[in-house]
Every structure is written in structure tokens, then in C-alpha cells.
Ligand binder design. Structure first.
Ligand code: SF4
Ligand code: SF4
Length: 178
């Protein structure tokens, strides 16, 4: 889904604007994909995506417009499950679409005294629990994934889940734990 959105973004910007279907059609195709990757998609959007893609192919004069919807049509054909997971379950199977994922720390695996994830977090979302392990404040986390990289492989304690509701809730202590 995310890769399809990326390709559409590229072709939409590259459209010269001469053909109405290419100029406006790719814009709406991109908006629909963005809506789906943000978890706002509906089942009927999948039919609209396919219909609009065919219209753009038919109504465009040059190769750019005629091929711009191909990523949508190909992924709809071969990765329909992925689209359905996004619109029906608000879940991203590839764990890529940020609004549909969450990060949390597996307390069984987190090592006391290792603060690698704390320093790497750009928004100070990682906090220390009363047992001196770490938790993630979901209201601050921007889902950059830096803590996954920072966590030493021998602990491998940071988990990524989709949908976000699967992340266990770990309360941030009222006072910072020293
Ligand atoms: S995913 Fe990014 S923002 Fe969220 S806790 Fe990890 S480092 Fe911080
Ligand atoms: S980097 Fe990993 S092991 Fe270290 S404190 Fe963070 S979650 Fe725990």
C-alpha cells in the first residue's frame, strides 16, 4: 500500500496536466490511497480505485497517464488482502503505515539499566517504569522506529504491532523514575 502511494505521488507530480483524467484522476487516486493508508478507507473505495484507474488509462493520451494507475491495478490484483486489511481491519500487514501501527516494549525482554532506546527517541516518548524497565508513551510516539534499531539484538525488546490497539498499555509514572 505504502509503495503504491509512493509511486502515485511521483506520477501525480509529473503529470503535465494536459489530460483531465491524468491531472485530476491521479490526484483523486492519490487522495484515496492516502485515506486508506491513514486508516480512513472504506470497502467501497477499493471499487472506486479500480474504476478510476481504468478511466485514467483510457482517458490519457501519453504513456505517463496510461501507466500511472498500473501500481494500483497490479497491487489490487495481487495484494487484495493487503487492501482489505487496511480498510476492513484498520491493520497494516507490512507494519509500515504509521497511523495503523504502534511500538511497545516487551517487559520480559527489556534489560534493566540499558538506556539505548531513551537517547535515540526524538520526542522523549520512552520512559522508565517502576521496575526500571522501559515503556513507550503512545501519546508522544511518532512511530519513527529508531528505538527498534537502538535496542541491542541480544534483548530485541521493541515490538511493532498493527492495529495500534494491540499494544499493551503501560502507564507512565507520575514522577520520573531516577
Ligand atoms: S518509535 Fe520513535 S518516537 Fe516512538 S518511542 Fe521509538 S524512537 Fe520514540
Ligand atoms: S534498548 Fe531495548 S533493552 Fe535497552 S532499555 Fe530500551 S527496550 Fe530495554
Amino acid at each position: 500500500m505504502d509503495l503504491t502511494r509512493y509511486f502515485l505521488e511521483f506520477t501525480q507530480k509529473d503529470s503535465c496536466g494536459k489530460c483531465t483524467f491524468c491531472r485530476i484522476g491521479t490526484f483523486h487516486l492519490l487522495k484515496m490511497l492516502e485515506k486508506i493508508t491513514e486508516g480512513q478507507g472504506r470497502e467501497e473505495d477499493l471499487k472506486s480505485l479500480a474504476r478510476l484507474s481504468e478511466d485514467i488509462k483510457t482517458g490519457s493520451l501519453c504513456g505517463l497517464g496510461k501507466t500511472a494507475p498500473n501500481p494500483v491495478l497490479t497491487t489490487l490484483r495481487y495484494f487484495k488482502d493487503d487492501y482489505e486489511a487496511h480498510v476492513k481491519e484498520k491493520r497494516c500487514p507490512g507494519m509500515v503505515c504509521r497511523p495503523l501501527i504502534a511500538f511497545y516494549i516487551d517487559l520480559e525482554k527489556c534489560a534493566r539499566g540499558c538506556d539505548a532506546c531513551v537517547g535515540c527517541c526524538p520526542v522523549e516518548a520512552v520512559f522508565t517504569t517502576s521496575t526500571r524497565k522501559k515503556g513507550i508513551d503512545q501519546s508522544l510516539c511518532v512511530k519513527c522506529g529508531e528505538c527498534v534499531v537502538a535496542c541491542p539484538p541480544e534483548y530485541d525488546a521493541v515490538r511493532r504491532v498493527s492495529p495500534p490497539a494491540l499494544a499493551p498499555i503501560i502507564e507512565r509514572p507520575a514522577q520520573p523514575v531516577k
